[in-house]
Design a protein around this ligand. Structure first.
Ligand code: PGA
Length: 265
C-alpha cells in the first residue's frame, strides 16, 4: 500500500470539471488498494466533502494561514479547512516558498497550526538545481527540516508526510533518478530519527514528488524509503492518475525488486 496524493494546484478552474473529476476518481479508487488523497482549492471543499463522503479518498487544503481568526484578508485557517472536511494540509510547497515568499519561520508556524488542529501535514522540502549541482542537497534538506520542525512535538511526527520534492523536478517532466530519490528519502528519515531520538524510522513517512507519472511510478514508489508520492500534473488528468493509483504495489514491488537496487522486499 502506498500513499498517493494529488496536488491540483490551480489547474482545475471550473466546478463542472471538478464535479466530473470527483465522479471519475471515486470509480477509479474502488479498484485501488492504495491510500489516495487530493490537494484541492478551498472553493471546492464543500463539493468534495459531499462527493467523497463514504469513500476512503481524503482531501487536503493547499494552503492555510497559521492564525485561527483575525484581520488577515484573503486567508483561511486550518480550523476552517477542517470544518469544511479537509483532513490534511500542504505546507512548504516550493511554489509557496518562491512565488509567495514563504520562509522557514512562516512554514514552521503553519505546520504547528495544522498539527494543533489535529490535521495531517504534508510538509514539502527540496533543493534547487543549483544547490544539487554544488553538492548542497543534504545541507538544504537538513536546514529545512530543522527550521520547519522547530517546536514540533515528537508525538506529532507520525502526523506528517515528508514530501521530498526537488524543485528542478517539479512540473518539468524530468524526475529525480531512483538512486537520488532513495538517497534523499533515507537521509530525511535518518535526520528526523536523530533529531527526535527515535530508535527506528517506522513512524516517519516520506513521499516523493516531481514529475511522477504512470511510467516511472513503480521504480520510484518501490524504493525502500519511499512510502508514496505527491503528484502534480499527472493527478489532474484522471487517465494519468489512474496509471499511478491502480497498481498493487505490494505485489509489483516484489517483482520490481528483482531488477532494482535500493528496493523494498
Ligand atoms: P509535478 O508536481 O508532479 O507536476 O511535478 C509535483 C508537485 O508540485 O507537488
Amino acid at each position: 500500500m502506498k500513499y498517493l496524493i494529488g496536488n491540483h494546484k490551480m489547474n482545475i478552474v471550473d466546478k463542472g470539471v471538478f464535479t466530473n473529476y470527483l465522479k471519475g476518481l471515486k470509480k477509479i479508487n474502488k479498484k485501488s488498494n492504495n491510500a489516495v488523497g487530493i490537494c484541492i482549492s478551498s472553493v471546492y471543499f464543500e463539493k468534495a466533502k459531499k462527493a467523497l463522503k463514504g469513500t476512503k479518498i481524503k482531501f487536503a487544503a493547499q494552503n492555510i494561514y497559521y492564525k485561527n481568526s483575525g484581520s488577515f484578508t484573503g486567508e483561511i485557517s486550518a480550523n476552517m479547512a477542517k470544518d469544511f472536511g479537509a483532513e490534511m494540509v500542504l505546507v512548504g510547497h516550493s511554489e509557496r516558498r518562491s512565488t509567495f515568499n514563504e520562509d522557514d519561520k512562516l512554514i514552521n508556524n503553519k505546520l504547528i497550526s495544522v498539527l494543533n488542529d489535529k490535521l495531517v501535514a504534508i510538509f514539502c522540502i527540496g533543493e534547487s538545481k543549483q544547490e544539487r549541482e554544488q553538492g548542497f542537497t543534504n545541507k538544504i534538506l537538513k536546514n529545512q527540516l530543522v527550521k520547519g520542525l522547530k517546536d514540533v512535538e515528537k508525538s506529532d511526527i507520525k502526523n506528517i508526510f515528508f514530501a521530498y520534492e526537488p524543485i528542478w523536478a517539479i512540473g518539468t517532466g524530468v524526475s529525480a533518478s531512483p538512486k537520488d530519490v532513495e538517497k534523499a528519502a533515507k537521509f530525511i528519515k535518518n535526520t528526523i530519527a536523530k533529531m527526535y531520538e527515535f530508535d527506528n524510522t517506522d513512524n516517519i513517512k516520506v513521499l516523493y514528488g516531481g514529475s511522477l507519472t504512470g511510467k516511472n511510478a513503480t521504480e520510484i514508489l518501490c524504493l525502500a524509503n519511499v512510502d508514496g508520492g505527491l503528484i502534480g500534473g499527472a493527478s489532474v488528468k484522471l487517465d494519468e492518475f489512474e496509471k499511478i493509483i491502480n497498481h498493487d504495489y505490494d505485489i509489483e514491488c516484489k517483482l520490481e525488486c528483482k531488477k532494482l537496487t535500493n528496493c523494498k522486499n
